[in-house]
Design a binder for this molecule. Structure first.
Ligand code: NAD
Length: 481
């Protein structure tokens, strides 16, 4: 079994106390790798190395063109390794290899990195002006410094690229801490970064528990923390980061609504809502989770959705036809089924799913599930389940639909389903979500910002806005000119 150490200062380092963790394949509960558990001391070492690299300018002070070329080479090398990266990602998470890892996450992430490589050439945005008599002002945009980046387990490779891509493009030095259970592709990526020419110490990966993440948040030399994770962790990190007034960038949970109006194309909606619910086994912060349907179409939509869910092909992630793999872990499966069981007890009706599919007792499989919720205030409607579970409720009017959609603490993504573009635009203005899709759900683009409103966090991933989040503006005022 392959054993990984920590990636610090451009080489593999044994953790101080030699503690390790076994990485499991959630599809069959087999062991796939051994990784290191970083201690606070290891994290401290990685931060010092990153800090030295930042201040000696080996990355932060080279030209934008040089940084861009290295990031492009990094993307090309990741592309050349895409099969092994996709295989590791599927072994580590249970994602369908063909349709999701190799066909989705890995190539999309590489496209994201290419975007950030290009953006690296346009980060400075220097502007000059004479705003006070006798003075010339110059605005410089400079990298924030050493950045601690903490990632979740649902899209390990994608989230790692969303973090390091904009930070490196901006000229920062980075310490990435993947989720404890899914560090494999981040570690593989780190080794490849050296071959691409990213200087030692600029990109470090420390694997380990929440404590390792917390050590990053507490470290005085870290200038900014970027977290993708749960809202609960976001609140905790913000509180700890406030003690040293670090910048925080938070991409947190979601509970995406789909508003289905009377004239929506039901076949298209049902197909996309099914995919939006089961993609990545529902472990997606933008997953389709709350379906609100105009009361006149409730029966037709419900029938089409249930039919779609029953046809989902789940099973071995390495079989080509597989559309949905297992949940990430035993604990997480218990969490998901707990939500469904409590919903039933409080009056909800499960139309399909809500169980372990027959023949899939090994691994952490859970059937695609459709629930008619008891009411808007019930737990399954209000809280993030992070599994292949969608709730259905009817609405009477446009205003009713908007208010139901906004009536949760989250605000990451939403979708509107209608042929009336005027109605869609009117509703999109009222939805308090960072993304509003019209007649679709889930697609992203490297150029388009992704991020939350309300308790889904702040700061953007993807797009030039993500790069801006890792830059600070300095005003240089030249007198006597
Ligand atoms: P999590 O919050 O449990 O963990 C995320 C990361 O934070 C892990 O690396 C973990 O070790 C670390 N962590 C936990 N406690 C910490 C602490 N006190 N100090 C420092 N680090 C700490 O989340 P998860 O279960 O890994 O991921 C699922 C969550 O991520 C869901 O809520 C999901 O919606 C969210 N998510 C959001 C987006 C987005 O773009 N908004 C994308 C993907 C996932």
């Amino acid at each position: 079994m392959k054993e990984y150490k920590l990636w610090i200062d451009g080489e593999w380092k044994t953790p101080k106390h030699g503690k390790t963790r076994i990485i499991e394949n959630p599809a069959d509960e087999s062991q796939v790798a051994i990784v290191s558990e970083a201690t606070q001391e290891d994290v401290g070492h990685a931060v010092e190395v990153a800090n030295k690299a930042f201040y000696d300018g080996r990355w932060s002070s080279i030209t934008p063109g040089e940084r861009s070329n290295i990031l492009w080479k990094f993307a090309e090398l990741l592309d050349a390794h895409k099969e092994e990266l996709a295989k590791a990602e599927s072994l580590n998470t249970g994602k369908p290899y063909k349709t999701l890892s190799l066909g989705g996450d890995i190539p999309f992430s590489i496209d994201n990195l290419r975007f950030f490589a290009s953006a690296a050439r346009d980060t400075h945005g220097s502007r000059t002006g004479e705003f006070a008599s006798g003075y010339t002002s110059l605005f410089r945009r400079e990298p924030v410094g050493v950045v601690g980046q903490i990632a979740p387990w649902n899209y390990p490779f994608l989230m790692a690229i969303w973090k390091i891509g904009p930070a490196l493009a901006a000229g920062c030095s980075v310490i990435l801490k993947p989720a404890p259970t899914t560090p494999l592709t981040a570690l593989m990526m780190a080794e490849i970064s050296k071959e691409a020419g990213i200087p030692d110490g600029v990109f470090n990966v420390v694997t380990g528990s929440n404590d390792a993440g917390q050590a990053l948040v507490e470290h005085p030399l870290v200038r900014m923390i970027s977290l993708t994770g749960s809202t609960e962790t976001g609140k905790k990190i913000m509180e700890i980061a406030s003690r040293s007034l670090k910048r925080v960038h938070l991409e947190l949970g979601g509970k995406a609504p789909l508003l289905v109006f009377e004239d929506a194309d039901i076949d298209i909606l049902a197909a996309k809502a099914t995919f939006g619910t089961i993609c990545n086994t529902g472990q997606d912060c933008t997953a389709a989770t709350r379906l609100y349907v105009h009361k006149s179409k409730l029966n037709a939509v419900t029938e089409a959705l249930v039919e779609g869910m029953k046809k989902v092909v789940y099973g071995n992630p390495f079989e080509d036809a597989t559309e949905m793999g297992p949940l990430i872990s035993k604990i997480h499966k218990e969490r998901v089924s707990g939500f469904v069981e409590r919903a039933i007890k409080s009056g909800a009706k499960v139309l399909t799913g809500g169980d372990t599919p027959k023949g899939f007792e090994k691994g952490y499989y859970y059937s695609p599930t459709v629930i008619v919720a008891a009411d808007q205030k019930s737990e399954v409607v209000q809280n993030e389940i992070f599994g292949p579970v969608i709730t259905i409720l009817p609405f009477d009017s446009v205003e009713d639909a908007i208010s139901l959609a906004n009536d949760v603490n989250y605000g990451l993504a939403s979708s509107i389903w209608t042929k009336d573009i005027g109605l869609a635009m009117k509703v999109s203005r009222k939805l308090e979500f960072g993304t509003v899709w019209i007649n679709d759900h889930l697609p992203l683009a490297s150029e388009a910002p992704h991020g939350g409103f309300k308790q889904s966090g702040f700061g953007k991933d993807l797009s030039i806005e993500a790069v801006s989040d890792y830059l600070v503006t300095k005003h240089v005022m030249i007198g006597g000119v």
